[in-house]
Ligand binder design. Sequence first.
Ligand code: KIV
Ligand code: ZN
Length: 454
Amino acid sequence: MHRVSMLDTSLRDGQKSLGINLSVNEKLEISRQLVRLGVDVIEAGYPAASPLELEAVRKIAREIKGVIICGFARVNEREIDCCAAALKEAGQSRIHTGIAVSPFYMEKKLRLTPGQVVDLAVAAVKHAKKYVGDVQFYAEDAFRSDRAFLVQVLEKVIEAGATVVNIPDTLGYATPWECGEMISYIRNNVRNIHRAVISVHCHNDLGMATANSLAGIKAGADQVEGTINGIGERAGNTCLEEIIMALYSHRSSIGIQCGAKPQELTATSRLVSRLTGVPVPAHKAIVGSNAYSGDPASLEEIGPGENAPLEIVAQDDHDLSALETGIEQRGILIKNISITTTGASRATATVTLDLDGNTVTEAACGAGPVDAVFKAVDLLVGEQVYLEDFMLKSVGRGRETLGDATVKVRYGDKGLVVGRGVSSDVIEASARAYANALSKVKTMIRENAAQGRV
Ligand code: KIV
Ligand code: ZN
């Protein structure tokens, strides 16, 4: 049976989702879960993008073993040097470099001639090869490129040492038949393609990323790229959970397998949703709470012979007490909250926090209890943040239900920070989520100061 490898790019391309701002520890936590899930490659980030990104890739490379750790760099020596430095302690490392190959991108975005693009691509691959044996080349916007030119670029980068060639549908515009045809074309026309792995990388703008990736795999791609829950810019990337379950469910008929473990999909999806603050809709395929939610009719419809594979992901992994205590609550802890309501919508909250080991209390008024609590926490913590979003949902069933709050706060131009809190009391859950976000903001300020940035 042909084995296709899985490259997870949640921490690189996925992080481009509006509002996702993961801390180094959160990226490590996701990486550990990706290893449990059984992906083959973790694209850990883009080290030249910022000192924090460099630090995250460095830590992932140092701590996460048993999987290839891949770093992203554009075709310039400084970015490749930075990427190589970040990957130094990895057990298995890969540098992913590349450049756009469509006429539109080359002329309008890069202002380069096709000849210059080929030269830069070859030089970048050769430079990356000085550091690592495994070099992946991406041909950005490949689907709008001139085919003869694409073939020329791929032959040259493989000659220069590229071990993987990534064919992205950058704009999420391709159809499944085009995708299959493109991979077959590359297989049949790139002279030295037997020396490289072909990778498919799709975006979901037309809602076809999963179908496109599967068509690419069926046509002979050996690696598929995607993100957990499909996170990524615009409409996101290919959902890896959908690919994993599609390959698993139809393994006997399509004869293609992957090394991922379907039993880990729910936990992985929930972790990514919790840390990114990007909710998973109830009806989302595979990992949504309604998807195959034990409805025997839907399981029967899958038919015999496929072992009702979706039972595997339709597990209720809510360990409520673990949820309540398991969220990172360092730095700022809620010790006590008391609320007095005055009139229909006014409330006063008195909040006591443990703030870096000191017990402090403050009271504030607000338009309702949650607003009053957030204002009291603001006074105590003293950071200027803007509340962008606040979500409250219940987890668990019946009397055991807990309130699960997520807040997104904006801190200056540093992007959005997500906080989450769980409690049997919804006001306390909200306060915990807000305190969790502010703890992260304070950590971010400390890390930036340590890196010499304001
Ligand atoms: O979508 C894309 O083209 C990409 C490449 C930069 C790999 O993410
Ligand atoms: Zn992409």
